[in-house]
Structure formats: structure tokens, C-alpha cells
Design a protein around this ligand. Sequence first.
Ligand code: FAD
Ligand code: SF4
Length: 509
Amino acid sequence: MGKTVRLILGDQLNAFHSWYQNISKDTLYVMMEVRQETDYAHHHVQKVLAFFTAMRSFAYRLKNGGHEIIYLQLDDPRNIQSIPNNLDWILKDAAASRFEYQLPDEFRLDAQLSTYAEGLSVTSKAVDTEHFLTERNELKQFFTGKKTYLMESFYRDMRKRYDILMDGQNPSTGKWNYDAENRSKLPDTSLLISHPNQSRSVESIQKMLSKAGVVTIGKEAETGLNWPCTREEGLELLAFFCEELLPYFGKYQDAMHTDDPFLFHSKLSFALNVKLLHPLEVVHAVEEKWRNDPEKYGIAQVEGFIRQVLGWREYMRGIYWAEMPAFAHLNYFGHKTPLPEYYWSGNTRMNCMSQCINQSLEKAYAHHIQRLMVTGNFALLAGIDPDEVDAWYLGIYVDAIQWVEITNTRGMSQYADGGIVGTKPYVSSANYIDKMSNYCSGCHYNKTKKFGDKACPFNSLYWSFYARNRDKLEKNPRIGFVYKTLDRMKDREKILAQGDEYLANLEKL
Ligand code: FAD
Ligand code: SF4
């Protein structure tokens, strides 16, 4: 009998997968760095570096554990830069009698590998990644017969199923959701805590990428790559988060500040998405902190975090598999405007946008509210083509993998799905941004003005968005009140004219 070849993709770095329980000379693991993956989007350079570093560390770990492995670097002369083409010669050289792979999280790779496996003359098998807390198609089944996918009911079911923050069938504290207590502005900078430095030199990979001519965006970190690329680093970051940041997480979850891009956020998304960490171990670590010291941690902080991982993360994955591939083409408002150039340069006089974009270019990171209520909010108000918005989000963030990027961007942020993910568009004027951040005080524009000299673009574009999309939004019961306000506005014509002027001159903002 020939060998079994097992493919491990770059986001399948789950060291506890049952595959690795037995060591066998008849099993050959394969990992590869390929142009197919570096080139399907314009990725942030730190994202490519983090993926390759994490993959190399994982391969080293498997090899050290006694497993047989072929690791193809991008510059390996044998590497023909596509997964199927490399597999062809690897299977042949190994005289393989069987091919196995873990189910990819992305539709694109799922289609590619299932087609490839079907065409093989040897037997093949796809296995679960043993990472998520729900099956791929479970969300669709959960909501069969219902009009909308309501995150809250899914989340409550997950709390019960995994017995998280529960006493029997009831929430431990008598209340399911503390979202209303998660909306404070940072009072001052004295609360800020430096995140741990996990920097490493990635010079040799950087050189390899430059030599190969891989096109990337964003800045290389001057002091090395500061993302957790091994399981140990992921655990170290989780422990730091639980000890230092969790006590403030929920309360300041929506806050934004010029002095600190991370605030009390965990920075765990990369480690989770490439599966160095398991979502349940993260949730359990957080719950345990609260159970041991409810005074220090406070239920609103802990529940706020658990809702993200146990609720939103699994829910978005479920939406992805329920709605793809059609989801990738939805454009409810028919938006067609190109993405303004400052999304790539950060060069705009809107301080909130400049802060969030520059931070993203520098760190490959922005937290949820920066993504949703600044860059996403602006793109929606300005009527940007969701294809271009998606391409930007898919490239720029270290944690961006399509299943979680597109559902958040096209769905939650751009409402291009017409209400599959969210019940109404997430849009706001300067009011919200000012309430949650210190951005407006350093801005060229005036946060209180809706029209005229230096009027904040978010103000007139907010009303213009609603006026332009009246036929699509007025009947939404969560929105109707907006139109009542719009119709009563004394300066409505001037505000809408200001919106038109900004729309015609988006690049100059
Ligand atoms: P924390 O605030 O510390 O949250 C903890 C964890 O909860 C995260 O690590 C993440 O795993 C999970 N989580 C939180 N919110 C969400 C959410 N809405 N959907 C799924 N998981 C969530 N997240 C990605 O992982 N990849 C993406 O490509 C991505 N694109 C996004 C695009 C837009 C427009 C928006 C609005 C959100 C996007 N998110 C994405 C969700 C969220 O912004 C990030 O998960 C989060 O900012 C990562 O930082 P953190 O680890 O410090 O998160
Ligand atoms: Fe952003 Fe307007 Fe505030 Fe300037 S005034 S930071 S553009 S919301």
C-alpha cells in the first residue's frame, strides 16, 4: 500500500487535530507557500508574513513531533505555485494511494480541492478541521422556516449547548446580554495598558517576498512582526488579555482613541482564525476568570467578549456557508462608486478616517468599531461598490479570511445583503464618532456642522444616504423614524445639496 498524503492549508494550524495522534511513516503531510494564495488579493505585508511564519513554525512542530512533512517555501525550485499543480507531483513522487485534506473555510478553496479530489485516480477524503463549535451547515438548519437569521437566538442556543455563563437552562446572572453596558467612551488615557511585545524578525521572508515580486500593501513593522505565530504565543496573549484587559473589555469595547489602536481588545483574531487557538479554550479561559473573581471581571466585560467568539464568530461562519456563493455578488443599493484613493494612503482631512486607515496600514489591525463605524460607515454613506470595499477589507487586515471578512463587510457593514446579517444599515453621522472617540477634536472638519464651510462629511452624507435610498429603507420598522426627522428638517435642502457636493468630490475630502 502506498502513502497517504495529507494537505494542511495555511489557516489549518490546529495542533490538536486527530490527524496527529498517530505518527506513521506512511503518512506524508504537505504544506505550501504558493502564489495562488499570495496573489488572490492585495494582502497587507504583515498578513503574508504572519501566515508564512505561523505555517513554518507549525511545520517545524510537526517534524519535531516525528511526522513526515514536505514544506514548500515560496522560493523552492520545485514549487509551481498552485495547490493542485504541486499536489500532482507530490502525490506522484510519494506513490500515494490516498489523498486527504481538511475542509477549507473558504468557498474558493473548497471548490478547488473538491474538484481536484474528484479527478484523482487514488482515493480521497475530506475531514473536518475540528476547530469550530458548529457544523458548516448548521446555522441554515437552525433557522429553517424563519424569515431572518437572528444572532441573539443562535447565541443563546450556543450558551446553553456549551454551558457557558449558565446555571442549568438559565443565564448565571439572570440576564443573557449586557450589550447596553458596552458603550462607554475612554475617559482619559490613564487606563491604557501596553500590549505585550511578541515581535520577531522576519527579514528573510521579507526578502523572499520582495525577490519574488509579491505585491503587498501596508507597512512592514519597523520593530519586527508583532503577531502571535505559534500556539505558545497565542496562549501567552490570551493569558495577558484575561489578566489585564478583560476587566475593561465590555465597557470600552466600542471606544476609539488616537493614542491606542488596540485599547482593551484581545488581538486574538489571527491566532483564532489560523486555528492556533481553539474558540472553546478562549471562551473557557474568560469564563473561568469571571467565576473565580466576579468582582474584578464583571459580567458585562466577560459576556461582551464571549458573545463575540461564541456568538458572532460562529454565526458569521454559518451565514457564509448558508449564503455563498451568491453572497459575494449582493449589492442591495446598487452602489458603484470606486473606493477613494485615501483608503490606500490614509491621506484625507477627515481625522477619524485618517486615524483608522493609517493605523490599518501600519498595524494590519483595526478593532470592530473602527472597521464598522468609521471606514465601513463612510463607504456605505458614500455609495462605494461593495466589491471594492470587500477587496480592501480582505487585503488589509491580518485576520482577513473570506468567511469572516465578507459576512462582516458586505453583510454587517455595507448592508449589501439587504438584511441577512443585520436588521438595518450601520450608519451614523459625526455624533456617534464623537461620542465614542477623541477623533473630532483634532479634525479639519466641524463635527456640529451639516452644511457650509468645513461641515463634517459624515453629517450630510448620512442624510443623503437615507434620502437616496428611501424606497429601500422607509418601510423598515427600525428606520421609519429617520424619515420623519428628515422630512421635518428645516435645512433639509441645504444638507442634501452639501451631500451631493461631497459625493461629487469624494477624492478631495
Ligand atoms: P476582540 O474585540 O478582542 O474580539 C474577540 C474575538 O471575537 C475576535 O478575535 C474575533 O475572533 C471575534 N469577533 C469579534 N467580532 C466578530 C465579528 N463581527 N465576526 C466574527 N468574529 C468576531 N474579523 C476577522 O476575524 N476577520 C475579518 O476579516 C474581519 N473583517 C471585518 C470587517 C468588518 C467591516 C467588520 C465590521 C468586522 C470584521 N471582523 C473581522 C470582525 C472584528 O472586527 C474582528 O474580529 C476584530 O476586530 C479582531 O480584533 P480582536 O481579536 O482584537 O477582537
Ligand atoms: Fe470624522 Fe467628522 Fe469627526 Fe472629522 S468631524 S473626525 S470627519 S466625524
